[in-house]
Design a protein around this ligand. Sequence first.
Ligand code: ADP
Ligand code: MG
Length: 348
Amino acid sequence: ATPVSLVPGIGRGAQAGVLVKDASALEALAKIDTLLIDKTGTLTEGRPEVVAVHVENHISETELLTLAASAETASEHPLARAIVAAAQTRGLSLVSAENFRADIGRGVSATINGRAVQVGRSDPVRRGRDVTFPAPPAVASTPASATLVDVTIDGRFAGTIALADKIKATTPAAIRELQRLGLRVFMVSGDRTATAQHVASELGLDGVHAEVTPARKQQLVREHQARGERVAFAGDGLNDAPALAAADAGIAMGTGTDVAMHSAGLVLVKGDLAALVRAVHLSRAVFRNIKQNLFWAFFYNGLGLPLAAGALFPLFGWLLNPMFASVAMSLSSISVVANALRLRRVRL
Ligand code: ADP
Ligand code: MG
């Protein structure tokens, strides 16, 4: 009985946990054969926790965490919040940051107590060697799936922070179902290759693009499109916005950033990929329905127009009484609306 029921596809979207901002995105979803999907906050909870800290000899763990967390206070990134939370749990008092700079998809830099602090994507090449960690707590995921973030102080590598983020409980089944529906699913992540690959193989994805910048995420969408694929992109972050806008169907997590939701045509309200499966089912039903409606509209008009124009008059003396014509016209609208209303019964 809500006004929403006038547009059944969209009304059903709401019940499926999908906010349809752009009806054409719902329609596009029916023909999608490729899904590019962000890792952090989309496949995973997006609530990472610090599970291990490695420090070089010239610095203490306390000092490293204090400097890193102080640099991260101004950042909105989930990793930043996790690092700040870890420092607070240890009772460290943070220092105010100057010259804060966020390099989206890479990390942050700031001046803390006159020292140039950089926190960002782990890079063994820049660091010069690999870092091993004490085994992280059993509750967290294995070290292989942990995200590593390097801390550099005054241009010198000072340590690495390992963060673990759990895969959302609904993710594995949703991915399997999307693949069963014929979609190929590729992860597109700004995280380091080892972490991305580990999560992708755990979920049985069809491929991984790791260590990608926001601009590269958008470029990947275009590259898949250039191969004739119909591409959906699902993401939650600032870094996903360009790709969401470029995809045939942009799908944002309702739990993510406003910018991502603004750039997408569909929003999964609870940030749950099970809703995406329901949206694909619904969009296919909507598409079938649109085709049926077009058929009936043309069918009525194809019959009625020649009749009204007197095409059968010379043969049988038949003409269409204008009153019947207008009833037929209304009936055609009613049949279309009635057929569209069947979408209310789509099983989600
Ligand atoms: P994703 O594509 O997985 O959502 P992002 O593009 O947001 O990830 O980030 C990519 C990588 O950049 C992160 O894995 C991390 O290594 C680094 N990074 C980004 N922002 C920050 C930050 N505020 N602090 C530390 N590292 C960061
Ligand atoms: Mg993300």
